[in-house]
Design a binder for this molecule. Structure first.
Ligand code: ZN
Length: 459
């Protein structure tokens, strides 16, 4: 088994703790075997391969805890000539025309022009290009949510082949919904169930947690209580987490109040499903009482600062959730995927909104972008560079106009780097990016495939 000493100028081993100058790691197989000062590592392991990385910082790879890889196909999509009639919400009367906060984005644009038109080839083409770009930008793990009601069944298995070929750590799910029909919703749940089971048998065989599944449904306004409970039961039966979009805008809590007499998380609590296996994304329009429910029930949360801006959803109370001890990760939502930009969003938005420069410090944002994301997804021993943890790592150019110090490194990297500064990436000890180049990838060919898929989608 190959043993390599990676020796950068700076090491961020436990995100959030003080960076260590002149330290490196020893990688053996797929895990980090040892951490220490350069001299000590060289003395203890004199026959190891040595990867010198002067002028660079070594950090855990980013965990994109929420993305929609197919979303790239909608970049630049022509707007509809006139909005089509709204889809009927699952809630029965109301919901649709004239409703605020996100319904028109979904019913007039995202569903009819994007998700309902997706097929396997479109999803796989978008996945492949995205994975190459994610690796290039230091992302070593991701959680993807596909909603494509007309691509059932088998879209997750097709997508998994692409992920396997790229060698990035991925959790895949299908966003089941009853908005098309109850039968389509049932097919969506089954797609997840079969994929979770296939992933578990694969892990048992090779002990490498590279591709796994997660149970997933859309929201309280496209899924009935019976359907939601069934999804939770299926997830519990497999010991799997279950994901949903939650209160991304005012629309969902307004609808929940109107139809159930309770806000989104109060409703979930009443259904008896809020708990540690719940992975709730967005959590933008939530009240202090809902923050308390999320914390008390151990619900995991993913924060998407930039896509929250895109859809005009508002600003999530992330500092309150963190203060309450909630597990929080960061996600791209398939919108802007450069994780340095996403970190800047999380770092800056809350300071402006709260008029307080002390909230969301850089070391905290780095933790959410790495170990926090891994925790919210249930990835074990991912997100730190410590003995026995997965060797998912990135080397970042750390030569700045001013001196880097242990006190400013998190800020320097967060504020003044972008994905092009990532020099190398390993996933489970395998080198995927070297000298800023994704190995084994023809990006021109991948882009041409996405162009063809986008042209078909846009017709
Ligand atoms: Zn999303």
């Amino acid at each position: 088994m190959t043993s390599t000493l990676v020796l950068p100028d700076w090491l961020i081993d436990i995100p959030g703790s003080s960076p260590k100058q002149g330290w490196g790691v020893r990688v053996v197989g797929q895990v980090v075997d040892a951490v220490g000062p350069h001299d000590e590592l060289r003395r203890r392991y004199p026959t190891d391969l040595v990867w010198k990385a002067p002028g660079q910082a070594l950090a855990p790879g980013f965990v994109d805890a929420h993305t929609h890889l197919y979303g790239v196909l909608a970049h630049g999509i022509p707007p509809p000539p006139k909005p089509p009639p709204p889809c009927p919400p699952i809630l029965g009367e109301g919901g649709g025309e004239g409703e605020s906060g996100g319904w028109s984005f979904l019913s007039d644009f995202w569903w009819p022009l994007v998700e309902d038109r997706l097929d396997h080839e479109m999803i796989c083409a978008a996945t492949d290009l995205n994975l190459a770009q994610m690796l290039r930008g230091g992302i070593t793990s991701f959680y993807d949510i596909t909603e494509a009601p007309n691509a059932l069944p088998g879209c997750l298995a097709a997508q998994a082949e692409v992920v396997r070929a790229r060698g990035i750590r991925g959790i895949l799910s299908f966003e089941a919904t009853e908005r098309v029909s109850r039968e389509n919703g049932r097919l969506g749940l089954r797609e997840n169930l079969e994929f979770i089971r296939a992933g578990k048998s694969q892990i048992a065989n090779c002990k490498l947690q590279i591709i796994t599944g997660m149970m997933c449904y859309h929201t309280t306004f496209t899924c009935s209580a019976e359907f939601i409970k069934q999804a939770f039961e299926l997830a519990a039966g497999e010991g799997a987490l279950i994901h949903m979009h939650a209160s991304e805008s005012t629309y969902e809590p307004e609808q929940a109040l109107k139809h159930f007499g309770a806000r989104t998380f109060e409703y979930y609590d009443r259904l008896g499903v809020a708990g540690p296996n719940m992975q709730a994304s967005q959590c933008v329009q939530i009240t202090p009482a809902e923050v308390e429910i999320i914390a008390r029930r151990g619900v995991r949360v993913t924060h998407m600062p930039l896509s929250n801006c895109e859809v005009g959803g508002g600003i999530a109370p992330i500092p309150d959730l963190v203060a309450a001890g909630v597990t929080v990760g960061l996600g791209s939502d398939g919108y802007i995927t450069d994780f340095f930009e996403i970190m800047r969003g999380a770092f800056l938005l809350h300071k402006a909104y709260r008029q307080d420069t002390q909230v969301m410090p850089a070391h905290l944002v780095w933790r959410l972008a790495t170990e926090g994301g891994a925790k919210t997804l249930g990835l074990e021993r991912v997100g730190r560079l410590a003995p026995g943890w997965q060797a998912d790592l990135q080397l970042i150019d750390a030569v700045f106009p001013t001196p880097a110090t242990a006190g400013n490194l998190y800020d320097q990297l967060l504020l003044y780097r972008n994905q092009t500064h990532v020099r190398a990436v390993m996933v489970a000890g395998q080198v995927r990016v070297r000298d800023g180049v994704v190995l084994g990838v023809d990006e021109v060919a991948l882009r041409a495939r996405v162009h063809r898929a986008a042209e078909r989608l846009w017709k």
